[in-house]
Design a protein around this ligand. Structure first.
Ligand SMILES: Cc1cc2nc3c(=O)[nH]c(=O)nc-3n(C[C@H](O)[C@H](O)[C@H](O)COP(=O)(O)OP(=O)(O)OC[C@H]3O[C@@H](n4cnc5c(N)ncnc54)[C@H](O)[C@@H]3O)c2cc1C
Ligand code: SF4
Length: 452
C-alpha cells in the first residue's frame, strides 16, 4: 500500500481523528454507567458499553478492549462504520438534555489500543473436533468463523476476492474506515486459527458437494451483488457506484472524476459516491432521485453531511437516457415525477409526467441504486424470502447443514455491518449447538487478568 503524500488519498482519509488520552478520559468520565443501559440494548451486538467505558475511565484499556471483543470481534470496524446516531448514541440517556456520550469514538480508542498493543482475543477452548466452511470473508463470515474458532472448531473461509473484509475492505468509503483497519481485523481473526483462502470462488472453484464432503457444516455469508441495471439507453457509459467506491479505496489517484458529476440514487452508497466525486475534484456534483428528501433511504445525518460537502440534489426526477456528444457523456435526460399513493415500500409511488423531459448536463454519471441478489441462490435452488436467502431462527437454509448469514439474508430492516457481525456470532452459537449439543462452548467474559 502506498505511503507518503498523496492528495487523493488525503482527501479521502479517515474523517474523525482519534481521541487523545485526555479527551477519552474526560468523555468516559461523563458516562453515568447506567444500570440496564439503553445504549447496550440499542447495540445489535449488545456490547456492555458502560463496562468498557468505565475501564477507559480507570485506565484499563486492555480490559476495555476485552469487554468489546466479548460481544463483537469486529469492534474496530464497528467503532468506525456503525450509524451510532441511530443506535447506541441515539439511545444514550444524556442525549435528551445534553450531548450523548461519544460511544463510537471511545470504542475506537479502546480498539486502537488493542491494535497497537496486540491485545487481541485468544482461543481458550479445547479443540471441539468439527470443521466448518464459511463462504465469504465479509463481516458476517469473519465474525462467524472467529466465534467458531473461539469454541474450538476448525473454520475455513473461502473468499473470491484477493483481500478479506468484504464491503469493509472494498465498499465502505475511506473517510469512515481505511482499508488497512478492515484487513488487519481479518488478520486478527486468522490469528484465532481461522484459515482464510482468498481467490477461491464458491460455485466456480469449489462446489457445495465438495464442501459437504469435507466439512461438518457450510455457512453462506456471500453478501449481495453488483449494482442493478437501470435499463436506460446509454447505460454502458454509466459508472457502477460500487466499483467507483472500490477504486477510491484502492487507487484514488488513478480515478477520473468529471467536472459535472451526476449520481443516481438516494441511499447511503449514493451519498458516498457523491462525496468521493466532490472530494476528488468534481466541480459540480448532483444527486438525482425520483422522490423527495423525505423519502431518501440514506440516514438523515448522511444527507446533512452531503449538503455540508456542497453536493446538490435534484429531486422528483426519473432518468431516461444518457446524452452523448462526440461519443462522450454530455448529460442525462430525465422526466419530471409526481408522487402518488404509497407503493409496496410504503413510500409514495413515483409517476412520471408525460412530455416533461429535461436535460441535466453531466460529463460523468454514477449509479448507486442498491445491490443485486447473489446468483448462487438460483444455482443452489435455495428457498428465498423477498429474493434473499430464507433462513429460520437458527440461520438454517432450506438445504440440510447449510446456514446463511449477513446481507444475503437481510429480507427486512436496513443491512449494516454490525447486524452482519451479530448474525455471525449467533450462527456460530447455533452451529455449535447443532454439532456438539451444548449451548456455550467458550468463556465469553474477559479473563481475570484483563479486568481490574
Ligand atoms: C457502499 C456501501 C457502504 C456501506 N457503508 C456502511 C456503513 O458505513 N456502515 C454500516 O454499518 N454498513 C454499511 N454498509 C453495509 C455493510 O457494508 C454490509 O451490511 C456488510 O458488509 C454485510 O456483511 P456481509 O459479510 O453480509 O457481506 P459483504 O461485506 O458483502 O461480504 C461478502 C463477502 O463474500 C464474498 N463472496 C461473495 N460471493 C462469493 C463466492 N461465490 N465465493 C467466495 N466468496 C464470495 C465477497 O467477495 C465478500 O467478500 C455499506 C454497504 C455498501 C454497499
Ligand atoms: S446510556 Fe449513555 S450515560 Fe448511560 S451507560 Fe450508556 S453511554 Fe453511559
Amino acid at each position: 500500500m502506498e505511503t507518503g503524500p498523496n492528495p487523493a488519498r488525503n482527501a479521502l482519509a479517515e474523517l474523525l481523528p482519534p481521541l487523545t488520552a485526555q479527551a477519552a478520559a474526560v468523555e468516559a468520565d461523563r458516562c453515568l454507567y447506567c444500570y440496564d443501559a439503553p445504549c447496550t440494548h440499542a447495540c445489535p451486538t449488545h456490547i456492555d458499553i458502560p463496562r468498557f467505558i468505565r475501564k477507559i475511565a480507570t485506565g484499563n484499556l486492555r480490559g476495555s478492549a476485552a469487554t468489546i471483543y466479548a460481544s463483537n470481534l469486529l469492534g474496530a470496524t464497528c467503532a468506525r462504520v456503525c450509524p451510532v446516531q441511530e443506535l447506541c448514541e441515539g439511545a444514550c440517556v444524556l442525549g435528551a438534555d445534553h450531548k450523548p456520550i461519544a460511544i463510537g469514538r471511545l470504542q475506537r480508542y479502546a480498539m486502537d489500543y488493542a491494535r497497537e498493543h496486540r491485545a487481541f482475543p485468544a482461543v481458550t477452548a479445547a479443540p471441539a473436533g468439527r470443521s466448518i466452511a464459511v463462504i465469504g470473508a465479509g463481516p458476517a463470515g469473519l465474525s462467524c468463523a472467529g466465534e467458531l474458532a473461539r469454541r474450538g472448531h476448525a473454520a475455513t473461509i473461502f473468499e473470491k476476492r484477493p483481500l478479506p473484509g468484504g464491503l469493509s475492505t472494498y465498499g465502505i468509503i475511506g473517510l469512515r474506515e481505511p482499508q488497512e483497519i478492515a484487513i488487519e481485523e481479518a488478520r486478527m481473526i486468522e490469528a484465532l486459527g481461522v484459515k482464510i483462502r482468498t481467490g477461491v470462488e464458491f460455485g466456480r472453484d469449489i462446489t457445495l458437494a465438495q464442501l459437504q464432503n469435507e466439512f461438518d457444516a457450510v455457512v453462506l455469508s456471500v453478501g449481495l451483488g453488483r449494482t442493478p441495471a437501470l435499463g436506460i439507453a446509454g447505460e454502458e457509459a454509466i459508472v457502477d457506484g460500487l466499483e467507483f467506491i472500490e477504486e477510491s479505496k484502492t487507487a484514488p489517484e488513478k480515478m477520473r472524476i468529471g467536472r459535472d458529476v451526476i449520481v443516481i440514487g438516494a441511499g447511503n452508497t449514493a451519498i458516498d459516491c457523491a462525496t468521493i466525486a466532490r472530494r476528488l475534484g468534481g466541480g459540480r456534483v448532483t444527486m438525482v432521485y425520483r422522490r423527495t428528501d423525505r423519502e431518501m433511504t440514506c440516514y438523515r445525518h448522511e444527507y446533512e453531511f452531503a449538503r455540508g460537502e456542497g453536493i446538490e440534489f435534484r429531486f422528483l426526477s426519473q432518468p431516461q437516457r444518457v446524452v452523448f456528444d462526440g461519443g462522450r457523456v454530455a448529460g442525462l435526460v430525465c422526466l419530471r415525477v409526481e408522487l402518488g399513493a404509497p407503493d409496496a415500500s410504503g413510500r409514495p409511488a413515483p409517476r412520471t409526467v408525460p412530455g416533461s423531459e429535461f436535460v441535466l448536463e453531466a460529463d460523468q454519471i454514477v449509479k448507486a441504486v442498491g445491490q443485486e441478489k447473489p446468483a448462487l441462490i438460483a444455482q443452489l435452488g435455495l428457498k428465498t424470502k423477498k429474493g434473499f436467502i430464507a433462513v429460520d431462527e437458527e440461520f438454517r437454509t432450506s438445504i440440510e447443514g447449510v446456514y446463511a448469514i449477513g446481507d444475503c439474508t437481510r429480507a427486512a430492516g436496513a443491512a449494516s455491518t454490525v447486524m452482519a457481525v451479530e448474525d455471525g456470532k449467533l450462527a456460530a452459537a447455533a452451529i455449535h449447538k447443532a454439532l456438539c449439543g451444548t449451548e456455550a462452548g467458550y468463556e465469553r467474559q474477559p479473563s481475570a487478568a484483563e479486568v481490574r
